[in-house]
Design a protein around this ligand. Structure first.
Ligand code: PLP
Length: 452
């Protein structure tokens, strides 16, 4: 879809309703949902105030809501739909597999096919195990690190999101009231009732603070199974890992025997050889998800054969047992292989160029409107944050939250101008987009910022 003109003109002749509108079908569906789902919802990220739009169909870079309004999809299912909706090769592969068999209590060749592709692309990965979500991938990566080292604890970055496994969630949403000193963050609970024993096994690191993180890691070296790192955490406003920070963690893990666990669930998008290829290093374990499933539920972990041997059961009981009714589901595997095959080096390069065009355009829009803020991200991801001082850490982001209402107003305005994005103003591009979609977003952001 490369049409240059975008309005909220609805498909199929229905009447376009501005968002929010109490008369809309989405508002009615949300009211209905609230009786059978807590707050009407199964997934925190898809809710926005006052009610979320309900989707009915997607095609290419467009998604159409229950009131017939089509918008350019800049969420792409929170980054997993790297080809947008209904990529022909992905549909064909999934369709063929659905007709043949949807699930089975035996392994299938499709699992080998996708594993081979990942092993071929990621230098640090000799072997792979599939899961059903990124949450499970991170969970299995942490368990594998424990099984490999015989140690219980992990280190992770304050505010970084790694899914819903208890240990990975620690300090994901800490607050000034419980987050402790900046150079020694407290292990703060992520939910009411989270066990103290979980918090005790997690060392929380301040993002990109080399000296403070090094001291914390060294003080806990003998009990650390692994250090869990997302190289561009979404909840730290897509701020990239500093090369010095990466080097420090690499040398700490090499020296201490703790494993470097790279969470690429979000950031495998960074390039043909993933974030690790872009950063030029090899982690001990990689957690994957999102784009490798072709739009279906997925996760995976990969690593060198020595590390992955914790799953081996050739000689009796494995060090870690891993089951899962839907692991390596053949529909996901077939769709994932087709989606990843279509992500050639050229496709990644084209997306990165579009990403750069977007980031540059958004920066110019902020400058020209004289609005304080920043644009972050890399490759096919961008985020615009309204803040007076730079956001480099999770704490900076929490401090900038006072601008949240203004961001929500911009999100709502964009929704009424044919653009789907989140209240955090995050943008994930797809190969179904071209320069016209990017330029439409830049133009609309420009007028939103100018009009205040
Ligand atoms: C970095 C990172 N890790 C893990 C996850 C969890 O993945 P899933 O939502 O598939 O469970 C996410 C999800 O957004 C993520 O961004």
């Amino acid at each position: 879809m490369t049409s240059a003109s975008y309005d909220t003109a609805p498909a199929g002749g229905a009447t376009a309703l501005p968002y929010p509108n109490a008369e809309s079908r989405s508002a009615a569906l949300h009211a209905r949902a609230r009786t059978v789902l807590p707050s009407g919802n199964s997934r925190a990220t898809v809710f926005f105030k006052p009610y979320p739009l309900y989707a009915v169909s997607g095609a290419g870079c467009l998604v159409t809501d229950a009131d017939g309004v089509a918008r350019i999809d800049f969420l792409n299912n929170y980054t997993s739909l790297i080809h947008g909706h209904g990529h022909p090769a992905v549909l064909a592969a999934a369709g063929k597999q659905i007709e043949t068999m949807t699930a089975v209590g035996l392994p299938t060749e499709s699992e080998i096919d996708l594993a081979e592709l990942l092993v071929d692309r990621l230098a640090s990965v000799d072997q792979v195990r599939f899961t059903n979500s990124g949450t499970e991938a991170v969970m299995m990566a942490i368990k594998a690190a424990r099984a490999y080292t015989g140690r219980p604890a992990i280190a992770k970055v304050e505010g970084a999101y790694h899914g819903a496994y208890d240990f990975a969630e620690v300090s994901q949403i800490s607050l000034p009231t419980n987050w402790g000193a900046a150079d020694h963050p407290a292990s703060a609970p992520a939910y009411h009732g989270q066990p103290q024993s979980v918090l005790d096994e997690v060392v929380v690191l301040p993002w990109n603070d080399v000296a403070a993180s090094k001291a914390l890691l060294e003080a806990n070296a003998s009990r650390l199974a692994g250090v869990l790192i997302d190289p561009m955490p979404s909840r730290v406003a897509l701020s990239k890992i500093d090369p010095d920070y990466l080097d420090m963690i690499r040398s700490f893990t090499a020296k201490s025997g703790a494993l470097f666990i790279l969470d690429e669930v979000f950031n495998l998008r960074m390039g043909y050889r993933g974030a690790q290829g872009a950063l030029g290093f090899q982690p001990d374990i990689t957690a994957m998800g999102k784009i490798i499933g072709g739009g279906f539920p997925v996760g995976a972990i990969g690593g060198k054969a020595a590390v992955m041997s914790v799953f081996n059961f050739d000689e009796g009981r494995p060090r870690i047992s891993h089951g899962g009714t839907y692991n390596a589901n053949p529909v996901t595997m077939a769709a994932g292989r087709a989606a990843m095959e279509a992500m050639t080096p050229e496709a990644f390069a084209r997306l990165a160029d579009l990403g750069e065009r977007l980031r540059e355009g958004l920066r110019a829009a902020l400058r020209d409107a004289n609005v304080p803020g920043q644009v972050s991200g890399d490759a096919s991801l961008a985020m615009l944050s309204l803040n007076e001082t730079p956001i480099r850490t999770y704490r900076d982001l929490v401090g900038a939250a006072r601008h949240g209402e203004r961001q929500v107003a911009i999100q709502q305005r964009l929704l009424n101008r044919g653009i789907l994005t989140s209240p955090a103003l995050m943008f994930a591009l797809s190969t179904a987009m071209g320069a016209a979609e990017i330029d439409h977003l830049i133009a609309e952001m420009r007028s939103a910022l100018r009009d205040g």
